[in-house]
Design a protein around this ligand. Structure first.
Ligand SMILES: *[C@@H]1O[C@H](CO)[C@@H](O)[C@H](O)[C@H]1NC(C)=O
Ligand SMILES: *[C@@H]1O[C@H](CO)[C@@H](O)[C@H](O)[C@H]1NC(C)=O
Length: 801
């Protein structure tokens, strides 16, 4: 059963002593190694990174039990039992059931009111991504020549929170909805931070809501936050320029929208798509049923395999990134004055695509303003709201409630990175994960459980490519994966800021260049571009100039030309040092070549010398210390657990706390920390199994174990020689000999919508929702008729008086 304390006290103390000595020696020597001595080596020697990773690993596991649980039959057996017990009874774990694929509800009935044009339609088509996507894909398959599509946001984003406004028969008479809803001055102690509601809200008596949200709104209450973005999308926001459907074979299929105008007539309720689709001979086998997976399969087969349409429908001139290494050069990071002038010379009114026209206008605006306004709007809240500061992590337009530490957040972020990486790769856009996302990848290939956003970088030239072709595009996830199984239905909006030609911090308004936004949650990926500028580079790079006579001479010469002042542009050129607008610097040699690797089970690229930026930004400690914030890395399971949940477990089973043995040492803080870690690291196999009884950890471990094991093996290869590493070959090898179930490309976590359907399986019923809205609509119409009658009578009365 539960194992008692294993160390005799003496051994424990001596281990502790060794640990302290070793810790300080390693940290000291590593820090010295990285920060003082061999700068040149640091950027050129591959041995360097090898040492770091091996040191880190050794240090991580010095006091830790290492069980290799995956090859322990007893553990596997008990894990299997645990799984059987848990998943049968728990809707939370539906994603792990063997038959989950079979039970995913992919089919929906087409609501009966679409059968004939004369039937009363509801005011709203209840949102269900299965319905929207299946209908669009079926329609585009049946009408092959169609290459533009009609669009209204209400088919793509859940507007349920607006129903009470849309279906309010009295909205026409109520005096001033803007004032009634959005005047919150009395609710906050900081009224000066609140925007005047008249600036963003206008009355719209004939419209569908009774009011109209025209632009970003400043801090608000939580309830208002949840309607403002949706109201904007419903009544004012322009349509995206393009819809980009990701396929499951590294391609994507694009459609421009018919019109940018926000017009409800373009929604599925009134755009006629469903009717034409039904008239045109039914949908697959049954006339009134759509199946989102079948629709997807038919759609990509039709659009990708029919040679006649291929050249037209699949984007020309873009090649998927497939190489195991991508060499970048100076020109990737320098979108020159000449490049910009070339853009501006074009007569953009002649261009056929919204996106290109918009890009030319964007570059023109950017290069003609010195003081660009802040571009992105987050879901800001007044400080009276619990957790108001977390609003910063959501785009205001797509905000759908605070989901901090909620499972939805983890699902949303996992799909964000999956779709972002696949979108960029298939469209030839070079990008890599950066900052905290790179650090979390280092540990187990996954995101940190406490993350609330994702950071990526790209060269400035790729940012221009993104802006030119994909600014204001909506990206749709591949519904079915390579293996023929359901994959996901995520939708993502690409938004590129309006000051792309500004490459320095400037007024500090726009540190982020672009965002890839989950339209279901408003969570996003922050994209920053790296470019050559005259922003001063950090002094850590100075030694590279000092040690190279040519570079030194070039920098000295520039001083002479520049009245004795250092010309930072010349210096950065010599260093090949590039910065984002938040002044994060990297030099080319840290980044290039990008190495193909796997991030959260998706194909990606990381900088060749990824440890160097990590050390620059977070210090070597970040890859050595296993506890971070209130979490600790459990190396045998390769997941992060809350330290408290392990301590609670110890308490529950009555394991004595060694902290008590060392009361007299309490004053030595770091020593104390080591003691705690030592205790946490002494988990035996049974402890591991017991900890996995927590559903959250079970789910995390069970879904990621093949991939995180792969990551561990991959990291060893990468540290030997990143430039020789070939991920495709390595995957083959690992699959053959170690991890037969490894399935790269497959999402490791549930689809956000399907997860809701399963967890509310008792309450979520599409047909019922449709009927509800229809009923409300009929009531609405009756009431409106009554109201009209009444006012007519009153008028008659008045005129007869
Ligand atoms: C940089 O690379 C691109 C292709 O990736 C190539 O066309 C260009 O000539 C290179 N430029 C320099 C300065 O090497
Ligand atoms: C992206 O599109 C938005 C909206 O049209 C525009 O304001 C912005 O300037 C565009 N960005 C670029 C770089 O063109």
């Amino acid at each position: 059963m539960i194992s008692p304390l294993k160390f005799p006290r003496k051994l424990f103390i001596s281990k502790l002593f060794i640990l302290s000595v070793v810790t300080y020696t390693i940290i000291f020597s590593l820090t010295a190694f990285l920060n003082q001595k061999s700068f040149l080596q640091r950027y050129t020697s591959k041995i360097n990174s090898q040492i770091n990773i091996h040191y880190a690993k050794w240090r991580n596991n010095f006091l830790t039990t290492e069980y290799n649980l995956e090859s322990n039959p007893e553990f596997l057996h008990q894990l299997h039992d645990l799984k059987q017990q848990e998943i049968l009874t728990n809707d939370d774990l539906w994603f792990l059931r063997e038959d989950s694929q079979l039970s995913i509800p992919l089919e929906l009935e087409i609501p009966h009111y679409f059968e004939s044009e004369i039937l009363v339609k509801p005011m709203i088509q209840h949102f269900d991504p299965r319905f929207t996507l299946a209908v669009y894909m079926n329609y585009l398959t049946q009408f092959e020549t169609q290459d533009k599509i009609k669009f209204h946001w209400s088919d793509w984003v859940d507007m349920t929170k607006l129903y009470k406004y849309i279906l309010n028969p009295h909205k026409g008479e109520s005096a001033d909805l803007c004032d009634k809803l959005f005047n919150i001055l009395a609710k906050t102690e900081e009224p000066d931070k609140v925007h005047n509601f008249r600036d963003y809200c206008s009355a719209d008596y004939d419209g569908f809501l009774g009011f109209k949200i025209n632009e970003f709104t400043g801090p608000q209450t939580l309830e208002n936050r949840e309607i403002l973005g949706k109201a904007y999308l419903y009544s004012s926001a322009p349509s995206p320029f393009k819809i980009v459907f990701l396929t499951n074979d590294d391609r994507s299929i694009e459609f421009e929208v018919d019109s940018l105008e926000n017009d409800r007539k373009n929604s599925l309720l009134s755009n006629g798509y469903i009717h034409s689709m039904m008239k045109n001979g039914g949908i697959l086998h049954k006339k009134d049923i759509v199946n989102v997976a079948d629709a997807f399969k038919g759609f990509i087969k039709n659009r990708l395999e029919s040679k006649s349409t291929e050249s037209k429908k699949v984007k020309d001139g873009v090649s998927t990134l497939t190489k195991s290494h991508i060499i970048m050069n100076e020109s990737d990071f320098d979108f020159t004055k000449e490049d910009i002038d070339n853009v501006l010379k074009q007569d953009f009114s002649e261009l056929p695509h919204f996106s290109e026209q918009n890009y030319y206008r964007g570059v023109e605006f950017s290069s003609s303003t010195n003081d660009p306004p802040k571009y992105f709007g987050e879901a800001k809240m007044i400080k009276e709201v619990d957790g108001f500061m977390h609003g910063e992590h959501y785009d205001w337009r797509f905000f759908n409630g605070l989901i901090l530490e909620h499972e939805d957040q983890i699902l949303s972020l996992h799909r964000l990175i999956k779709n972002y990486l696949n979108f960029c790769r298939t469209n030839g856009i070079k990008t890599w994960i950066a900052h905290g996302s790179l650090l979390s990848w280092y540990w187990n290939g996954m995101g940190f459980p406490w993350d609330n956003d994702i950071d990526v970088q790209m060269p400035i030239r790729d940012l221009h490519k993104l802006a030119r072709h994909f600014n204001q595009s909506l990206v749709v996830e591949n519904i079915v994966g390579k293996d023929g199984q359901f994959d996901g239905m995520g939708r993502y909006f690409i938004d590129v800021g309006s000051s792309i030609t500004h490459r320095k911090n400037g007024n500090g308004n726009n540190n982020i260049d672009a965002r890839f936004i989950d339209v279901d949650t408003g969570l996003y990926i922050d994209i920053t571009g790296l470019a050559l500028t005259d922003e001063p580079a950090p002094s850590r790079y100075d030694i590279l100039i000092q040690m190279d006579p040519n570079k030194k001479a070039a920098v000295e010469n520039s001083k002479e030309r520049n009245e004795g002042n250092l010309d930072h542009l010349v210096k950065n050129q010599q260093l090949q040092a590039y910065n984002c607008r938040n002044r994060h610097f990297n030099i080319l040699d840290e980044l290039s070549p990008l190495v193909k690797t796997i991030v959260e089970n998706q194909v990606s690229y990381v900088p060749k010398n990824f440890l160097v930026p990590l050390n620059n930004e977070y210090d070597v400690k970040s890859i050595i210390e296993k506890d971070f914030k209130e979490y600790i890395f459990v190396n045998n399971l390769r997941i992060w657990m809350k330290t408290q949940s392990i301590l609670d477990y110890f308490k529950k089973i009555g394991r004595p706390s060694e902290l008590n043995l060392f009361k007299d040492l309490n004053s030595i803080k770091s020593f104390n920390k080591e003691v705690r870690k030592l205790q946490l690291n002494k988990l035996d196999i049974e402890d591991h199994l017991n900890l996995l009884k927590n559903n959250k950890y079970f789910k995390e471990f069970f879904t990621s174990k093949e991939f995180t094991k792969f990551h561990e093996l991959e990291l060893e290869q990468l540290s030997k020689d990143p430039v020789d590493y070939n991920v495709d070959e390595f995957i083959k090898e690992v699959k053959e000999f170690t991890l037969p179930e490894l399935n790269i490309g497959k999402p490791l976590k549930a689809d956000l919508f399907m997860n809701k359907v399963f967890q509310d399986s008792k309450t979520y019923d599409y047909n019922k929702k449709i009927d509800e809205v229809l009923k409300l609509t009929k009531e609405y119409i009756n009431e409106i008729e009554d109201l009209t009658k009444k006012s007519k009578q009153e008028r008659n009365k008045k005129s007869s008086e």
